[in-house]
Design a protein around this ligand. Structure first.
Ligand SMILES: CC(C)(COP(=O)(O)OP(=O)(O)OC[C@H]1O[C@@H](n2cnc3c(N)ncnc32)[C@H](O)[C@@H]1OP(=O)(O)O)[C@@H](O)C(=O)NCCC(=O)NCCS
Length: 205
C-alpha cells in the first residue's frame, strides 16, 4: 500500500553508503531506520507553542470550506475554550465535557481530535465520543489512522471502557480508520438526512 500508513516526515533513515571498516560487513550499504527510536509524533493539549503551525492548518481547512475547525485569528480563545471543555465548566446548554488534542509531528500541527467524556442524546444519535480531522495538506499519509489510535489511549485514561465512533456512509477514509482501530459496526441509520455508520470500539480488549 504505497503512500498510505507511511509517515515520510516521521521516519528518519540514516544511510551510510560506505560503512566503516570496523562494521560487521565492511564496504556494504548499511541502512539504519531510526524511526522506531526517535518518534516525534504525539498528541498534545492545544498550546500557543504551535500557534503559527496551527493557524496555517486552519487556513487550509478554510480553503476547503471546513470553517468549524477554528478561526486563525482567535487561537487564544480556542485554547481557553478547550481548557473550559476539559474542566466541564460554563459549557453551553447541551454540551458535555471534552478533551481536545493536537497531533504534532516534527513540530508541525497535523490534526485535531476531540474526546467527549460522556454521551448525551445528540452524541448518541450523531457525533459519538470521538471526532477528528487531519489538515488537508497532510491527508492520505496514515495520520488519520494514527490520530485515532492515539486518541483511544487517551480515552482509556479518561476511564472510558468503550467508545462510540460514527461516520458518514460516504466517508470511506474514516470507515477504514475506524475499522483498522477495531471498530465494530453496530448499526447504520439515517439522521437528519445523513446516512451514518455507528461503530463501537472496546478499550478493554
Ligand atoms: C477522514 C480523514 C481524517 C482521513 O485522514 P487521512 O490522514 O487522510 O487518513 P489515512 O491517511 O490514515 O487513510 C486511512 C485510509 O483511508 C484511505 N483514504 C484516505 N483518503 C481517502 C479518500 N478521500 N477516499 C477514499 N479513501 C481514502 C486511505 O487510503 C487509507 O486506506 P488504507 O488503510 O487502505 O491504506 C481526513 O480526510 C479528514 O480530516 N476529513 C475531514 C474530517 C472528517 O471526515 N473526520 C472524520 C469524521 S468521522
Amino acid at each position: 500500500m504505497p503512500g498510505y500508513g507511511f509517515y515520510p516526515k516521521a521516519s528518519t533513515h540514516i544511510c551510510l553508503h560506505y560503512a566503516p571498516q570496523n562494521l560487521a560487513y565492511p564496504g556494504t550499504l548499511a541502512v539504519i531506520n531510526i524511526s522506531s527510536i526517535i518518534s516525534t509524533m504525539r498528541l498534545i493539549k492545544p498550546t500557543l507553542k504551535y500557534k503559527k503551525s496551527f493557524q496555517n492548518g486552519l487556513r487550509e481547512f478554510l480553503k476547503i470550506d471546513q470553517q468549524n475547525e477554528g478561526n486563525p485569528a482567535k487561537v487564544e480563545e480556542y485554547i481557553k475554550e478547550s481548557r473550559r471543555y476539559k474542566r466541564g465548566t460554563d459549557l453551553p446548554k447541551g454540551m458535555v465535557p471534552a478533551s481536545t488534542f493536537w497531533l504534532i509531528d516534527n513540530d508541525t500541527f497535523i490534526g485535531r481530535v476531540s474526546i467527549r467524556h460522556k454521551l448525551n442524546k445528540n452524541l448518541r444519535n450523531f457525533g459519538g465520543h470521538i471526532g477528528y480531522a487531519i489538515r488537508p495538506s497532510k491527508r492520505k499519509r496514515g495520520y488519520g489512522n494514527k490520530i485515532l489510535t492515539l486518541a483511544l489511549k487517551e480515552a482509556k485514561k479518561l476511564n472510558l471502557n468503550k467508545v462510540l465512533v460514527t461516520c458518514n456512509e460516504t466517508n470511506i477514509a474514516s470507515q477504514k480508520i475506524i475499522e483498522k482501530n477495531k471498530g465494530r459496526l453496530q448499526q447504520k441509520k439515517v439522521y437528519q438526512g445523513e446516512r451514518l455508520r455507528f461503530y463501537w470500539i472496546d478499550l478493554e480488549e
